[in-house]
Design a binder for this molecule. Structure first.
Ligand code: CA
Length: 301
């Protein structure tokens, strides 16, 4: 059993917003090898208020007993697919961050036992570090979804990085001050497409299906994504990070020395160079197996 804390910017249920955090949450909830200690909310896909509300709604809909801890940070998302957002200056009040306090509390209660999966802004990891400078030494591992090593193309359109860029100082802390860090980058996740064939596999489960309500959410986001990017498949970014956490054997380790500064991370960019900061950037071995694993755990009764 892995003790997991999931830190996310879930917007499942909102129009024109990605659904991958919600799907990753369901994947963790349904995974028998996960003891999910709690869910933390942060901004990125949308404001903290919207993310928190959607996450409470999702947890309630799943009829499970799971605490949701609210993060911190003023942020507005105005145009998701056009990357029109507004970030406000940090008021520095990290001690008010319930999510960060929860992460620190659990890390002290279960030293070196907790795996932290973070798939939104890195604000809560930043605040946890501000509360306890030793936090990085007290976790077993950290798995992040975010960052790019080159432009992300869907057809002829470029998708910008979101998770690291909305809180670059948090991204820098997450990369440099935590240990055993693995990062599922945008570029490495892009090869795992989820399209009509994968959806047909879900539907083919027939009477053996569970969490059927998610099918509509996937179909809706696929339509919205198609409208913006003129692309037929979607990528389940955060789910891939959750699958890495639980099945590292489905990936190949690839360590990289990172010299990215806060300025580079403002665009979510990884810069390789001489550095003591080494992070793992896992490579997917077989994209079909990743999608099959998600379908099996999330949908198969
Ligand atoms: Ca996310």
């Amino acid at each position: 059993m892995k003790k997991v804390i999931y830190d996310c910017d879930n917007t499942m249920g909102l129009d024109n917003r990605d659904i991958d955090d919600g799907l990753a949450l369901v994947y963790l909830v349904e995974n028998k090898d996960v003891e999910l200690l709690g869910v933390c909310t942060t901004y990125a896909n949308d404001s903290l208020e919207y993310v928190h509300k959607q996450t409470l709604e999702l947890v309630e809909g799943l009829s499970i007993n799971l605490n949701v801890y609210k993060g911190r940070g003023k942020f507005e998302m105005n145009d998701y697919t056009g990357f029109g957002y507004k970030r406000f200056e940090d008021d520095g009040n990290f001690e008010s961050n319930e999510a960060a306090k929860f992460i620190v509390e659990m890390a002290n209660k279960y030293p070196n036992e907790i795996d932290l999966l973070a798939t939104g802004s890195m604000q809560n990891l930043y605040d946890a570090y501000m509360i306890d400078n030793e936090i990085g030494e007290k976790l077993n591992s950290v798995v992040l979804m975010g960052g790019i090593t080159g432009d992300l193309y869907f057809g002829d359109k470029i998708m910008k990085e979101l998770n690291f860029s909305v809180c670059p100082k948090g991204a820098e802390v997450a990369i440099k001050k935590y240990k055993n860090v693995s990062i599922l980058t945008g570029n490495r996740c892009m090869d795992v497409e989820f399209g009509i064939n994968e959806l047909d596999k879900v539907k083919a489960l027939g009477n053996n299906i569970k969490n059927e309500f998610i099918i509509n959410k996937i179909e809706k986001w696929t339509r919205e994504f198609k409208e913006k990017y003129n692309y037929d498949s979607i990528v389940l970014w955060d789910v891939i990070a959750a699958i890495y956490l639980m099945n590292p054997d489905m990936f190949r380790d690839d360590f990289m020395s990172v010299v990215s500064t806060e300025e580079d991370l403002f665009e979510g960019r990884f810069v390789e160079g001489e550095s003591a900061t080494r992070v793992n950037i896992p490579i997917v071995l077989d994209d079909k197996k990743i999608n099959d694993e998600m379908i099996k755990v999330v949908f198969e009764r």
